[in-house]
Design a protein around this ligand. Structure first.
Ligand SMILES: Nc1ncnc2c1ncn2[C@@H]1O[C@H](COP(=O)(O)OP(=O)(O)O)[C@@H](O)[C@H]1O
Ligand SMILES: [Mg+2]
Length: 442
């Protein structure tokens, strides 16, 4: 196996993710802080305005005799409607017990109110700020301010419309919302970017793998061709000598010679299988379609595996294929595929194992498809082994080439089908081949 040197494909998307998170944290906290600062600042400006008005009102009321001033009730109303301070919602003056002495709304003069703010200002002499809701439903900013009028301690209540400030706050909210929207957009873009990066990474990997396999195929084909001819001579002459040594029984060393020659013939045959597999794997696949009975094919495959004692492991192979199943595909290629898969199943199942070959029309909706499954109760594969089983030259057998499943995969793909392997270690394996087409005749 070649060394795995490729850089971690997860690193690109990961760093992008980290950058996105950092940008989000910075932007969100920045926006939040700015928003809070802004809200605080607009409230401060309301406070200062209210204090300014209160101080100047105190100055003009200081020496006034409110009880004698007949028009006093109108004084506050005039201020509110006069437009000098256009943001005043209402004005009121209370004594320490909460009795209304003056009010911009004359109807309220003389009423007593219970308000902790008034009590607090009366007790401490410190201004108190807050909000209250008017009868109209409007929320207004309120200042309760201690004033001295002719040596009497009074409390001036001043309500301001906060709408310019609220408009500013709303603008800040809008700004925050748009920043959040931009961040969200960035996340969406980041998501798609990450997906694209991942896809291109995968594509690169499959391309590299394909290139590697193509090169491997070329090399194999050259090698196989070069080996085939000398191998044929070696095997031929060894067979010839074997026959001759058998004919000349009687000489002392003929038994030994015969055994050695037998080894040469067997090993040559093994090399022959390897070169055939190599060529099969390396050669481009030419598909020749014909319509045939799947059951006949399965029986042919099983018979041919049973008849070659060198490969037979003794496992019992049972076909369960309806005689009416007809398939249009490349019969020779499919036979090659089944030979490899059933051989693997027999190898895995061992002496007393059992292999079942099934085929039928898959009941997935849409176009017709034929499935062929080969199930064994053999040694099975763990997930790591299974992940490598299709790779060329991967084998766990002392005399295996590791090309069987690679050829299966290649041929089935050429036939427009797919191979799925389900396996559990120590329990068995099912190889499912799905091919396009297929009909059932009664
Ligand atoms: N039915 C099976 N049960 C268990 N292991 C299997 C099965 N089929 C394939 N394998 C595993 O996959 C490997 C590769 O199979 P294959 O490509 O046919 O090569 P080979 O048969 O020459 O080893 C085998 O060596 C074996 O470890
Ligand atoms: Mg095999």
């Amino acid at each position: 196996m070649p060394g795995k040197k490729d850089t971690d494909p997860k690193r690109g998307p990961l760093s992008l993710f980290v950058i996105l998170i950092a940008a989000t944290v910075v932007a969100v906290t920045g926006t939040l802080l700015q928003y809070r600062h802004f809200v605080g600042a607009t409230e401060d400006s309301l406070k200062f305005q209210a204090l300014g008005i209160a101080v100047s009102l105190e100055a003009s009321l200081k020496n006034r005799d409110l009880s004698r001033d007949a028009a006093a009730g109108n004084l506050f109303r005039d201020i509110v409607t006069g437009g000098r301070w256009e943001r005043i919602a209402f004005l009121a003056l209370y004594d320490g017990s909460g009795t209304t002495l003056l009010h911009s709304n004359e109807h309220l003069i003389g009423r007593r109110i219970e308000d902790p703010a008034i009590t607090s200002v009366a007790a401490s002499g410190m201004p108190v700020f807050g909000y209250t809701t008017l009868g109209t439903g409007e929320r207004v900013f309120v200042l309760n301010f201690p004033v001295h009028i002719r040596a009497d301690e009074r409390i001036l209540r001043l309500a301001l419309h906060p709408y310019p400030a609220e408009r500013a706050v709303r603008r800040a909210q809008l700004q925050a919302a748009s920043i959040l929207a931009v961040i969200m957009l960035l996340w969406i873009m980041g998501y798609f970017l990450m997906r694209a990066v991942k896809r291109s990474e995968e594509l690169k990997k499959t391309m590299a793998e394909r290139e590697r396999l193509a090169l491997l195929g070329e090399m194999s084909s050259v090698l196989a061709h070069e080996i085939r001819n000398p191998l044929g001579s070696i095997k031929g002459f060894a067979q010839y000598l074997l026959e001759r040594s058998a004919a000349q029984r009687g000489e002392d060393d003929s038994a030994m010679t015969g055994e050695y020659l037998g080894v040469i013939v067997a090993e040559s045959e093994r090399l022959e299988t390897l070169t055939e597999d190599l060529l099969l794997y390396a050669k481009p696949v030419e598909v020749r379609l014909q319509t045939f009975s799947v059951r006949d094919l399965a029986e042919e495959v099983i018979a041919s595996l049973r008849s070659s004692p060198a490969e037979g492991s003794g496992a019992a192979v049972h076909p369960f294929v309806s005689p009416g199943l007809m398939l249009t595909s490349d019969r020779d290629k499919l036979k090659q595929v089944l030979l490899n898969v059933v051989q693997n199943a027999m190898d895995a199942a061992g002496e007393n194992g059992r292999v079942e070959v099934r085929a039928g029309l898959s009941d997935a909706p849409g176009r017709g498809r034929t499935f062929i499954t080969v199930e064994d109760n053999g040694c099975g594969m763990d997930p790591a082994l299974q992940a490598r089983a299709l790779s060329p030259f991967f084998t766990t057998k002392t005399r295996g080439t590791g090309l069987g499943l690679a050829i299966v995969d290649k041929l089935v793909q050429a036939l427009g089908g797919s191979v799925v392997i389900r396996s559990t270690a120590q329990q068995g394996t099912t190889v499912e081949i799905t091919l396009p087409g297929g009909t059932m005749h009664a």
